[in-house]
Design a protein. Structure first.
Length: 399
């Protein structure tokens, strides 16, 4: 992907040309990945990695070109740089068709530098914030077919109410003093995908420190269970095929992996299935539990991937014949026991899997208990205010 994109960029004569070329390349390659998935030439793991590689290449090229154009027009912050961090499905290299990008922009500059150069000097923080707006505009600028990617930046410090760009010093201070457990859980899926090499290394080091300093294991487990309980109240599943938020669904697999990585940071990996294997090897999960969760992770992502390609994000009930056939042939063989013969049997098998995942969640992290009610949702999309503090109602690392 990187070579293909680099070759095509030779034709770009302006930033607008570059954005158009990157956008068309992303769509073309994403379509090829979708076709290969439907034809079962690649599986959900390969498709996720290919889409993440595609996003990485597009983001790296865009960040470089947009910042060069912004600097040409607005001067620069001497010695400054910006890194782009992917979280969620993009960070975990598990992207699906239609996945948005969970992004965080972190900048740094020498302590003695307070303003940008150029005819119109700006405070350094304002320069970087304006630069991020330019990058976001390039990624989301629509054409007749819509934007290249949708972007979600709720996982940055202070969520939607915080600045779109945060300094490395402020990021480190926030996670040393104020971050909540769910924010550190989200960081277990963080990957620095673009920016100057030296800055990328320092951002990665600060992320590693934040994961390591998450607190005592009992508090981590309790916080993860409470966050899951709130999510079940606020965003219940839309139906039997809404497998991410359902009890025992994808979110609970991810919460187990993320919470345990805060307890054993040396087992951390942004890829859920690798993290689960590492946690097994570190002794935090039994072999049987790890195998169940790795299988559940793969099955839940496969179901979501098929539905996104054939029936939008959540399938109606009953599912169409074509969708049912693809689900049976892709999901069925991965289930324990004989592959189900029809869609009803598949639903029953998935319900058994969900019950097993829920049992594992409560055994590893703690009981969820009875979940009722639906607290008021804050005006920021999919967020709720808890004790005066914004929390996302999506998974720590939602795609």
């Amino acid at each position: 992907v990187t070579e293909t994109l680099a070759a095509r960029m030779a034709d770009a004569r302006s930033l607008e040309d570059a954005i158009a070329i990157i956008r068309s390349t992303v769509r073309e390659q994403d379509f090829r990945i979708s076709v290969a998935t439907i034809e079962r030439r690649i599986d959900v793991d390969e498709a996720g990695a290919l889409r993440a590689d595609l996003a990485d290449a597009a983001l790296s090229e865009l960040l470089h070109r947009v910042l060069a154009d912004f600097t040409r027009r607005n001067g620069e912050v001497p010695g400054g740089g910006m890194a782009l961090v992917a979280l969620g499905k993009a960070g975990g290299r598990e992207m699906m068709a239609g996945s948005d990008l969970d992004l965080m922009f972190i900048y740094d500059h020498p302590e003695g530098v307070s303003q940008s150069t150029g005819p119109r000097q700006l405070p350094a923080s304002q320069w970087f914030i304006r630069a991020v707006h330019a990058v976001v505009a390039a990624i989301t600028a629509p054409d007749a077919e819509g934007p290249m990617y949708a972007i979600d930046m709720r996982l940055r410090p202070s969520g939607n109410k915080g600045p779109v760009a945060v300094s490395l010093r402020a990021f480190a201070r926030y996670h040393a003093e104020d971050a909540w457990t769910w924010e550190r859980m989200a960081l277990t899926r963080a990957r620095v995908v673009a920016g100057p090499a030296e800055l990328r290394e320092r951002v990665e080091a600060v992320i590693g420190e934040a994961i390591t300093a998450a607190g005592p294991p009992d508090r981590i487990r309790a916080d993860a269970v409470e966050m899951r309980r709130r999510m079940l109240r606020e965003l219940p599943p839309a139906g039997p095929w809404d497998v991410k938020p359902r009890a025992g669904g994808q979110i609970e697999v991810e919460f187990i992996a993320q919470a345990l990585q805060l307890i054993r940071p040396d087992a951390a990996s942004p890829v859920t299935r690798i993290a689960l294997a590492n946690l097994r090897d570190a002794g935090l999960l039994s072999g049987d539990t790890a195998a169940l969760l790795i299988r559940g992770d793969r099955i839940w992502r496969t179901v979501q991937g098929v539905l996104r390609l054939t029936a939008a994000r959540t399938a109606p009930e009953p599912v169409g014949e074509a969708t049912a056939e693809i689900l049976l042939t892709t999901v069925g063989p991965a289930l324990a026991g004989p592959p189900p013969r029809d869609i009803l049997a598949l639903r029953e098998a998935l319900a058994r899997l969900a019950a097993q995942v829920r049992f594992a969640f409560e055994r590893v992290l703690g009981p969820i208990g009875d979940v009722r009610g639906r607290p008021g949702i804050d005006t920021d999309r999919d967020r709720t205010t808890v004790n005066g503090r914004d929390e996302p109602t999506a998974s720590a690392g939602e795609d």
